[in-house]
Every structure is written in structure tokens, then in C-alpha cells.
Design a protein around this ligand. Structure first.
Ligand SMILES: *Cc1c(COP(=O)(O)O)cnc(C)c1O
Length: 392
């Protein structure tokens, strides 16, 4: 399917090609000096003490929960309106994800009141997701964590460059996790980063990323010893010099690309404001700045999402859904026994959210074409099968 306007597109040019060529010509492809440079630049950009490049965002999340000592019998409170990897990474540690509802149809982030209500004697951590790059209201969440001696993990996969009260997302909790998957704001194809200000956690992250080994192949290549010890159960979650070379260039351009995304998001908001039944979440002001990873809209109950998506597809516009709630997936229902109705706001948004194209290279005419198309389709479309339950 050749889309007229795809959901996302990577902003990339000759600089990335040069950077990758340099790595290939150096003939050192596995984690080494280019990765160290990427990590240092990323840490500097975020204003965080330690950054470790890993193979993907899911590995970052697994490492984060593991180094916090989360294991069998523990509970981690997390949203259900997120990518499945957020909750899977808790399961990898043998712990149980406990889902808390989002605030509503405008604030799609986890609600601190819902988090507080889900705390039990088994709770060890709160894992938040900055949905779409819009920062969670971290202050009350950190307060719940302090009151119950819980750790806080930030799944900042959407939020590279986003800020909350002057701090970069990912640096506010104990450990922050980023993804550099192909459709993310900073893309290396596959990749991720774990960040922390805690020296002890940093040492455990470093070791866990590479088999629990005390030295890297790169260290030995430089003559730093011949042997190594294994001090913990580790994994191979390393990245490559090729990905890191892409990351360095992409990071340099991130602020500029996020600013382009913001301009497009603002144009969407203005154009969609007047269209009946189309809600643009995160309409309120935030003490910070979104990274504008995606542009979600929430449809009123009388608009058929499937019908609208099909009509937009006819017009060459790709759309998506963020997200089918995790607690209703077959595997999770079998495992945890959740039933529909347990997270009403999450479920409403899961049924009525639609994600519109957003990427730095989008032009105004494309945004206008999408908004005009939505206006035309929604004015002509009869009520959908869901019935008019209205906005909650
Ligand atoms: C992309 C994403 C991940 C997983 O990252 P990968 O690099 O694909 O493993 C985790 N959480 C969220 C919210 C994501 O969007």
C-alpha cells in the first residue's frame, strides 16, 4: 500500500550515511568508542549522570526493573494504555504488573490517584509512560512513591527531549528508558538507552547489559586485561557501533525535529478544534514541553473509528491506534484475570482513539488535507455501531 501520507517517516540525510560509512571503514562494529561517544552526548543532553546504550527499548525496560531488584512476588503499577513491552518487562522479572487507569479522555497519562489506589504491601515500583511525549504529572506520583518506599521507572520511549518542570523526561524517576526504534523521534532502526543518576544502579546496568561480565571485548581490545569475572546474571543487550553512529547524528538534530513536530501538532489542534466529535487530548497547559511523538485524537462515542479509518485509508492517509489496552489482551487476561470494565477510561480511549500522521518532514498542506478529510467524512457518516455513549 503506497500511502499518500504515512503515519511516520524518519528525518535522515547524507550525514547519517557518512557516519555509518565511517564506522564500516573503521572495521570495529561491536560496542566501542562510537557508542561511548553516543552515551556521553545523550547523558549531556539529558543532564543525567549515566547513560547506557542497549539493543532496544524493551531491553532498557527489562534492565531497569531488574537492577531495581524487582522479582517474583513483587508488584509494579503501570498503565494499560501503552505498548505491551512496558508490562512485559515486568513479567520478565517474574513480577506482576498491576494496571492503573489513565486520568481521562483529555489526559491520557496514568492518574496518580489511580496509582495510589493500587498500592499494596507487594508493590515495589511505579512505571510511568509519558504518552505521546506528554509528560506525566510526576510530582504527585513521586510523592506516592516516597510515601510507600517505591521506586519509579520512566518509560520515556515517546518522550526523548520532552521536559517536566525544567527536567528532561527520563531523568525524574530512579531509572529512565528510551527506545530508538524506527518510528521513534530519535531513530537508529533498533536501539535504546537506560539512564540514571544513581552510581550503584549504573554499575549494575553496565554489567547486566553484557552477560554480567566485568569487562567488554572493547576493553580487552584496548589491552585492559585478558580475563573477566561474571558477577551477576546478565544478558546480551548491547548495541552496535552502526546504531550508535546513527544515534549521534539523530541526537544532534533532535531539538530541531521536535520543534517541527510541535508546529505540526499545533496546526492539527487549530484545524480540528471546530470539528464535532473530534477531541485533541492534552489540551490543557503543562509545566513542560511534549516531544510530540504522535498526534492522538479521541472520537466521541457516535463516530465509528473503523469507518473513519477506512475512509481515510481510501484517501491515502495512514492512521493507527495507541493503544489496544494491555489488560484486555488474551495472554494478559489469562494470566491476570482482568475483565472489561476494570479500567473504564483506558478502555474508552482504547476503543475511540485514532492516531494521525506526524513526522518532522510533514508539510502544512498535508495536515490540512487530513483535517479536511476528517471533517468531510465525519459530517457524512451516520452513527457507528458502538452507540452514542458519549464522552466520559
Ligand atoms: C517503542 C516502545 C517500547 C519498546 O521499545 P523497542 O525499542 O521497540 O523495544 C516500549 N514502550 C513504549 C511506550 C514504546 O512506545
Amino acid at each position: 500500500m503506497a500511502w499518500k501520507i504515512p503515519l511516520s517517516d524518519i528525518a535522515m540525510d547524507g550525514e547519517e550515511i557518512d557516519a555509518v560509512r565511517d564506522v564500516l571503514q573503521s572495521k570495529w562494529l561491536s560496542m566501542g568508542p562510537v557508542t561511548e561517544e553516543f552515551e556521553a552526548a545523550f547523558a549531556r543532553y539529558l543532564g543525567v549522570k549515566h547513560a547506557f546504550a542497549v539493543s532496544n527499548g524493551t531491553a532498557a525496560l527489562h534492565i531497569a526493573h531488574a537492577v531495581l531488584g524487582i522479582g517474583s512476588g513483587d508488584e509494579v503499577i503501570t498503565p494499560s494504555l501503552t505498548f505491551v513491552a512496558t508490562a512485559n518487562s515486568v513479567l520478565y522479572c517474574g513480577a506482576k504488573p498491576v494496571f492503573a487507569d489513565i486520568a481521562g479522555t483529555d489526559d491520557l497519562n496514568i492518574a496518580w490517584e489511580e496509582v495510589a489506589a493500587k498500592v499494596s504491601p507487594l508493590t515495589r515500583a511505579i512505571t510511568v509512560v509519558h504518552y505521546g511525549g506528554y509528560p506525566c504529572d510526576m510530582e504527585p506520583i513521586l510523592e506516592v512513591a516516597r510515601n510507600h518506599d517505591l521506586r519509579v521507572v520512566e518509560d520515556a520511549a515517546h518522550a526523548v527531549g520532552a521536559t517536566y518542570k525544567g527536567k528532561k523526561c527520563g531523568t525524574i524517576g530512579d531509572v529512565g528508558c528510551f527506545s530508538f526504534f524506527a518510528n521513534k523521534n530519535l531513530s537508529t532502526g533498533e536501539g535504546g538507552m537506560v539512564v540514571t543518576n544513581d552510581d550503584d544502579l549504573a554499575e549494575r546496568i553496565r554489567v547486566m547489559r553484557s552477560h554480567g561480565m566485568t569487562t567488554l571485548t572493547w576493553d580487552r581490545h584496548r589491552g585492559h586485561g585478558y580475563s573477566y569475572d561474571v558477577t551477576d546474571l546478565g544478558y546480551n543487550y548491547r548495541t552496535s557501533e552502526i546504531a550508535s553512529a546513527l544515534g549521534i547524528v539523530q541526537l544532534r538534530r533532535l531539538e530541531q525535529n521536535n520543534a517541527k513536530r510541535k508546529r505540526i501538532a499545533d496546526r492539527y489542534r487549530n484545524a480540528l478544534e471546530g470539528i464535532e466529535g473530534i477531541g485533541c487530548p492534552f489540551s490543557g497547559s503543562i509545566d513542560g514541553e511534549s516531544s510530540h511523538h504522535i498526534f492522538p485524537v479521541v472520537l466521541s462515542g457516535n463516530i465509528s473509528r473503523a469507518g473513519l479509518q477506512a475512509e481515510l485509508k481510501e484517501r491515502g492517509i495512514q492512521t493507527s491506534i495507541h493503544y489496544p489496552p494491555i489488560h484486555l489482551f488474551t495472554y494478559y487476561r489469562r494470566l491476570l484475570g482482568d475483565t472489561p470494565g476494570s479500567l473504564p477510561n483506558t478502555e474508552f480511549v482504547g476503543e475511540h482513539e485514532m492516531t494521525l500522521p506526524l513526522y518532522p518532514g510533514m508539510i502544512d498542506g498535508e495536515v490540512d488535507y487530513i483535517c479536511t478529510s476528517i471533517d468531510e467524512v465525519t459530517s457524512g457518516i451516520p452513527a457507528g455501531e458502538e452507540g452514542s455513549q458519549g464522552m466520559r
